[in-house]
Design a protein around this ligand. Sequence first.
Ligand code: NAD
Ligand code: WQD
Length: 349
Amino acid sequence: MPETVLVTGGAGFIGSHTCVELLDHGYEVVVVDNHVNSSPRALDRIAKIAGRPLAAAHQIDVRDRKALSEVFASHPVDAVIHFAAHKAVGESVARPVEYYDTNVGGTCALLSVMHEHQVHRLVFSSSCSVYGDARTVPLTEQSPVAPTNPYAHTKLMCERILQDVCTHLAEMKVLALRYFNPVGAHPSGLLGEDPRGVPGNLMPYVAQVAVGRREQLSVFGDDYPTPDGTGVRDYLHVMDVAEGHRVAVGHLDDRAGMQVFNLGTGTGTSVLQLVSAFGEVSGRPVPYRVVDRRAGDVAALVADASAVAAAWDWTTTRDLTAMCRDAWRFQELNPDGYSRRPRDVGGPT
Ligand code: NAD
Ligand code: WQD
């Protein structure tokens, strides 16, 4: 019998790629997503790429315990991957209650329903944002945590809750993965990042400039103490993130309790390096101008990714060129995101 994995937020950017990866490796996949930040069309594309369907997709809110309990009652869930959350840092400052409600409240609702149905295996989406304003890089899992915005606080709070639940319930097995900066897209061009409104993150903004949807990129500061003065981040390919989750599911039984791992490449890339790589790969130079620093930004965030490599004998394999190439392919084939049929690929509507 194949294992069944319930994926909350499975229609989202990272969730959709992870569903494909799970289907490709023989898992049955049940998606729960309220589509507050995703399109149901992503679900059709998951099935198209994988060549087989999801076991089920339920359009419900993870905070709706009754509906969630019915989902658990109707599928033999072996493990859960919990992606569903709000993730925009700026928005979290403007609407903190919504962020705590969805991210913390949603995690509590999920945990209580998992407990009710005796499901004890969970992979949780955490974030490098829990480290806050890092004084030194690379960051290990033991580096001090110091969230600087409500979004990051919700992630750290969830980690604390999970830690307490694991202390209380001996059978719980939790892997919290602190992702650095996931970017890129599925190489088919069918799945990718489709932000609503003006992109807040660098890669989708660069891609929209390259495709002509936006005039030029604003580079937020070139006076940081980094080699070229622009911010340095640890970008990792969303396909590597997806693989990491599939590998994590296979390692949930390694030991009871909670473990925390960074997911990053260990390599820092500056804004200007990414802009230049994207221009080369796409053949479309990305016009930019340097503006003031963005409030709350830090100079450099880079993972020490050695712990996960040692624990699972697994590392990221895709480089910056692959990240740019795949992000560009998705942007070019889907200039308006999921709102239209992809160009030239005969994909689903
Ligand atoms: P995303 O917004 O693309 O995906 C999140 C999905 O969750 C969406 O499909 C959304 O509709 C769904 N969702 C939100 N609230 C829900 C609710 N109450 N009930 C049901 N579904 C709900 O985001 P993503 O980039 O795929 O991120 C996935 C996870 O990874 C999030 O928890 C995020 O905080 C975390 N994370 C993301 C990044 C990043 O840069 N993308 C970095 C670190 C951590
Ligand atoms: C990257 C670099 C910007 C946009 C965010 C969240 C973090 C995590 C990952 C969820 C920085 C610069 C950006 C632009 C620019 N997500 N930039 N012009 O801020 O490292 O991290 O995503 O957990 O919590 O905060 O990512 O892509 O916004 O910025 O110059 O238009 O690009 O200053 O140096 P960030 P980002």
